[in-house]
Design a protein around this ligand. Structure first.
Ligand code: UDX
Length: 420
């Protein structure tokens, strides 16, 4: 994104194998559009890679920290990678630097970063720390980076804040200048709010099941209220991924540290944590005991357009069904090619059509486009029991029902109107 905005960028990393891959124009994960962009900027010379951290620090005016901030078992955030980078910057500092933290980290982290840098400086040098959180979605990271809803810049020094704001001059969107701690909390609050919207509609989905109401209509009806908004109201198996679960755990931990009870956040997590169980009950109501039955999983990634399986609902479903004695088959168009998960108790299918063969249920867990546009009609007869559990409310219920499938999606109602 910075290269696209005409800045010269050097990526510094100690993982030489990864750097070698990137230098030869290969992206180590699945993200549509990224390889073309890498290729363009490598050949233009606007992007380079180095494992020489000292040189990278000395030759840059602005340093972005973009390392992982994993959860510890108590929900707190492991800041060791950020600390490591801050200390490396301090030890190699040779003049004024602006250090921008992009890694999601608890309130107060930027102040720590400032301290960690100062502690390692060989002599006293000026340094400003800025918090510039990212709001990118995996799979859409490129689009989100170039078309953000807003840019948030947290700083304690106006000069440093303006310096970073200028980087985004070519992007037209609101640019919010604020304090360091505020910027840090904006990031967590944004993710928690989005997760809350999903858990909310998932809970309403359960009530829709009880009353024969269609949750997609309820979502449309409330989403048309501009105070609510229509996005992140798709009911389904629940949220996963590398951000929502970790960031909610971290936010809950921040509340606890402040001696406060995060009641809404706990409920948001509780609905999500029980969603797989809820779906399994629906499955068993339709299929009976799953022991010895064959269940086919469509989609492993935590959402489409990524090969990321961190906290993916599919993994939880596979483990739970395996424990109940089901025989499992699985197909994902990308996950098994890019990052084969080891130890998953499933038989891998190399094509979607194989999942139908002698299967008692197809359980859709990632709404990959090719699943939606598949020829479901011609494959129904290959299943032993034509049961579809749509974990993403993504399939055409009316069409599938007409083809003779038994369909379940949370809060979905067969629409007589749509079939007229
Ligand atoms: C999220 C935030 O959207 C992004 O701003 C932040 O920077 C990182 O975390 P990401 O984890 O890539 O991005 O995925 P996102 O598209 O937000 O989806 C998260 C989870 O929620 C997925 O499992 C998705 O399937 C689920 N989801 C999303 C729903 O179940 N329903 C919805 O309506 C939207």
């Amino acid at each position: 994104m910075l290269c696209e905005l005409n800045h010269q960028v050097v990526c510094i990393d100690t993982d030489t194998a990864k750097l070698k891959q990137l230098k030869s124009n290969r992206i180590p994960f699945h993200e549509p559009g990224l390889e073309e962009l890498l290729n363009r900027h490598l050949s233009r010379g606007s992007l380079s890679f180095t494992s020489d951290t000292g040189q990278g620090v000395r030759e840059s005016d602005i340093l972005f920290i973009t390392v992982g901030t994993p959860s510890k078992s108590d929900g707190s955030t492991d800041l060791s990678q950020i600390k490591n980078v801050a200390e490396t910057i301090g030890s190699n500092q040779n003049g004024y630097k602006v250090v921008v933290n992009k890694s999601t980290a608890p309130v107060g982290t930027c102040e720590k970063v400032h301290r960690w840098i100062l502690e390692r400086q060989p002599r006293k040098l000026p340094v400003d720390v800025v918090c510039n959180p990212e709001f990118l979605r995996e799979g859409k990271a490129l689009y989100d980076a170039l078309h953000p809803d807003r840019v948030v810049i947290g700083a304690e020094n106006g000069k440093a804040a303006r310096f970073i704001r200028n980087l985004y001059d070519a992007i037209s969107c609101p640019k919010m200048m604020t304090g360091l701690r505020t910027a840090e909390l904006i990031k967590y609050s944004a993710n928690a709010f989005l997760a809350m919207k999903i858990s909310f509609i998932n809970e309403i989905g359960r009530l829709c099941d009880a009353h024969g109401v269609d949750v997609t209509d309820v979502a449309t009806g409330i989403g048309l209220d501009s105070r609510i908004g229509s996005r992140f109201l798709k009911a389904g198996i629940g949220w996963g991924g590398s951000c929502f679960p970790k960031d909610l755990a971290s936010l809950v931990h921040m509340f606890e540290q402040a001696d406060l009870s995060p009641r809404i956040l706990e409920a948001v997590r509780q609905v999500n944590d029980t969603q797989v169980e809820y779906y399994l009950r629906q499955l068993e109501e339709r299929l009976g005991d799953v022991r010895g039955k064959t269940i086919s999983i469509l989609g492993i990634a935590f959402k489409p357009d990524t090969d990321d399986i961190r906290e993916a609902p599919a993994i939880k479903v596979i483990q739970a069904l395996h424990k109940k004695g089901a025989f499992l088959k699985a197909y994902d168009p990308v996950v098994f090619i890019h990052r084969a998960p080891t130890g998953l108790p499933v038989t891998l299918c190399s094509e979607m059509s194989e999942t139908f063969e002698d299967s008692d249920c197809i359980f859709l867990l990632t709404e990959w486009k090719n699943f939606l546009h598949f020829d479901w009609k011609s494959h129904r007869h290959r299943m032993r029991t034509p049961l579809i559990i749509d974990g993403r409310n993504a399939l055409d219920q009316n069409a599938l029902t007409q083809y003779g499938y038994i369909y379940y999606g949370i809060g979905r109602v067969y629409s007589k109107l749509a079939s007229l």
